[in-house]
Design a protein around this ligand. Structure first.
Ligand SMILES: Cc1ncc(COP(=O)(O)O)c(C=O)c1O
Length: 342
């Protein structure tokens, strides 16, 4: 890809800033499999405090923190309630089945969000031996395939109540939770109170080159530690990466507002273009829109590439732009000109 390319495929494409790199280079490290990496320990402690949860575990990826989270709560033959758009179901390589041996009950509609009533209607009776035991409800906030939309905290609270009534655990795929909290002025503790486990990524909007944290109770995180090892996720001197995570928590949360504002600006531009048939309402840093029938996503992406823009598709006529650290106002102006020129 040429250097001038504007890359809005994902917020995972960011490169560490010079200040982040400096923080990484200066990190105190040790062997994290022995629990001896000071920087990893500091990051885990900081994150647990931030969310008001007992413990945290640093893992290489969000897929791993989600999959370990699911494994911690389920046994083979159990059932997980999640949305049909959920990353844990669509985009983790069938990991719910292969890592946990669990089945899924899929919720539909509302761009990846569901209600407490949906959950109540989907919990299987335990006295019928035909049925898998419902054990876990998993929510994604923001919803990636839902155009970066956010959940209502009130609805999550009601889902928590249903979980408590039925003895179910509640997991949050918070790969982009900091985007949701920033957009809605919510705090990590509000989420820490509601969930049994939370996965948060440092390598998306926050701009670290790798890393995700699984948060939960001391017992669950002790179990998670074992599953991380079994999945091959025990890293050694990974404090260099953890330092990037600490830096991101310190310096890159507030700036998410800038990504959201840029996404909003592009949303209103899209509404004026003749080849755009609809745009999902933009709430954070993701913009998903549909093209008219006569224009396929592949053809549109090829045209964008001619204008030095690299984007992604989410369907035959559907395009996704994701705004991030490496897309500033200059890039948004160039993207807007490209959209007008097509
Ligand atoms: C909502 C969501 N959850 C989890 C993940 C997994 O993160 P990773 O790529 O670090 O495995 C992603 C990745 O884009 C995501 O969008």
């Amino acid at each position: 890809m040429s250097r001038q390319m504007i890359d809005v495929r994902s917020d995972t494409v960011t490169k560490p800033t010079p200040a982040m790199l400096e923080a990484m280079m200066g990190a105190a490290v040790g062997d994290d499999v022995y629990g001896e990496d000071e920087t990893v320990n500091e990051l885990q402690t900081r994150a647990a405090e931030l969310f008001g949860m007992q413990a945290a575990l640093y893992c290489p990826t969000g897929t791993m923190t989600n999959q370990i989270g699911i494994r911690v709560h389920t046994q083979p033959g159990d059932e997980v309630i999640c949305h049909e758009l959920a990353h844990i179901y669509v985009s983790e390589g069938g990991g719910i089945a292969s890592n946990s041996g669990a089945s899924v009950r899929l919720m539909k509609g509302n761009n990846g969000r569901f209600t407490a009533d949906d959950v109540r209607d989907s919990v299987n009776r335990r006295d019928d031996s035909h049925l898998p035991w419902t054990r876990l409800v998993a929510i994604e906030n923001t919803v990636n395939k839902g155009g970066g939309c956010c959940w209502e905290l009130g609805e999550i609270g009601r889902i928590r109540e249903v979980c408590d009534e039925h003895g179910l655990a509640l997991h949050l795929d918070g790969a982009r939770l900091f985007n949701a909290m920033t957009a809605r002025d919510e705090s990590p503790r509000q989420f820490g109170r509601l969930f049994d486990t939370i996965s948060v990524c440092l390598s998306k909007g926050l701009g670290a080159p790798a890393g995700s944290l699984l948060l939960g109770s001391r017992d669950r995180i002790a179990k998670a530690h074992r599953y991380r090892k079994a999945m091959g996720g025990g890293m050694r001197q990974c404090g260099y990466f953890a330092a990037a995570g600490l830096f991101a928590l310190e310096h890159h949360v507030e700036r998410l507002r800038e990504d959201h504002a840029r996404a909003k600006a592009v949303e209103s531009e899209l509404h004026s273009l003749p080849y755009v048939s609809s745009v999902l309402p933009v709430q954070t840093n993701i913009v998903i829109f549909n093209l008219v029938e006569s224009l396929t996503a592949d053809a549109f992406l090829a045209k964008l590439r001619e204008h030095h823009v690299e984007a992604g598709s989410t369907g035959r006529h559907s395009i996704r732009f994701v705004f991030h650290l490496d897309v500033g106002d200059t890039q948004v102006d160039a993207l807007t000109s490209a959209l007008r020129a097509i």
